[in-house]
Design a protein around this ligand. Structure first.
Ligand SMILES: C[S@@+](CC[C@H](N)C(=O)[O-])C[C@H]1O[C@@H](n2cnc3c(N)ncnc32)[C@H](O)[C@@H]1O
Ligand SMILES: Nc1nc2[nH]cc(C(=O)O)c2c(=O)[nH]1
Ligand code: SF4
Ligand SMILES: [Mg+2]
Length: 245
């Protein structure tokens, strides 16, 4: 499978925020979100081919390594990390995803999969972390060419999200750029069906602390009003938008 990076950091998104975790970032994506914060795995996929056993070895090694330091915070972590986050790119594209999950589970890791929820695969994991893409993710035709139409034809799969949610412990994380995006979220959720609203997290769109803090001012109260959870994207405040963090 094509891997762009494997590293130890702290989970910055969702209900496991703060948990030391090894991140496995696959390369390659079936979408081209305009705001994608890892274009080196989507718009221009980079990486090296690694076997499942090579990935598992690298995960075990990274789990005992040092965590990136957070400015202004005295951290103590003795390790090894017990959590793995499979992300990308789109990890559900990798043909070895089922065998990778099985091998990591054998090694007793807690597994989170970060996915846009457009591909239904029979994977076993502990937390299916789904980030369905709204119309605010659409790239311009000028930037994306034929990918603009492909993105729009692929991103909207409430049926796949319903199937993933039925089989897994889950969270849904939407990327929000303006207040009216919430109307699209409500209609998507209605399409999916029975969803626990406390497991729906809204994250501001942004890759710098100033933009995230600015959008948090209206997004956090909006979450409280509607019974959603707010997700600040804490890792950007800790580390900035840097690779391997
Ligand atoms: C790079 S994606 C990889 C996994 C999968 N392709 C997906 O989109 O869920 C990891 C997470 O970052 C989020 N993300 C990417 N770019 C973002 C941005 N500019 N602002 C906020 N969240 C972003 C995605 O929505 C997703 O939750
Ligand atoms: N620290 C940190 N937490 C994360 N949670 C989900 C991430 C992702 O890119 O999927 C991510 C990431 O890139 N960094
Ligand atoms: S689905 Fe995820 S990895 Fe793919 S382009 Fe969108 S944010 Fe980036
Ligand atoms: Mg990220």
């Amino acid at each position: 499978m094509l891997i762009s990076e494997i590293y130890l950091s702290r989970q910055g998104e969702g209900r496991l925020t703060g948990t030391p975790s090894v991140f496995v970032r696959t390369s390659g994506c079936n979408l081209r979100c305009d705001f994608c914060d890892t274009p080196f795995t989507s718009w221009k996929p980079e990486g090296t081919q690694q076997s499942v056993s090579e990935v598992v070895d690298s995960v075990a090694q990274a789990a005992s390594g040092p965590l990136p330091s957070r400015s202004g915070i005295e951290d103590q972590f003795d390790g090894p990390a017990a959590h793995v986050v499979l992300t990308g790119g789109e990890p559900m594209l990798a043909k070895e995803i089922e065998s990778l999950c099985a091998a990591l589970a054998d090694a007793t890791f807690h597994i989170t999969i970060e996915t846009a929820g457009t591909l239904d695969r029979m994977v076993d994991c502990d937390l299916m972390s789904i980030s369905p893409k709204l119309s605010n993710s659409k790239p311009t035709e000028q930037r994306a060419g034929q990918w603009a139409a492909k993105h729009e034809a692929t991103r909207y799969r409430p049926d796949v999200v319903a199937s993933l949610v039925a089989r897994h412990d889950y969270q849904l994380k939407f990327v929000v750029a303006c207040e009216t995006d919430v109307l699209e979220i409500e209609s998507f959720l209605a399409e999916v069906g029975e969803i626990d609203r406390t497991k729906v997290l809204l994250m501001p769109e942004g890759i710098d602390a100033a933009t995230l803090a600015d959008r948090a001012q209206w997004l956090e109260p909006l979450c409280n009003d509607r019974g959603f959870s707010f997700c600040p994207r804490q890792h950007i405040f800790w580390y900035g938008n840097k690779r391997a963090t």
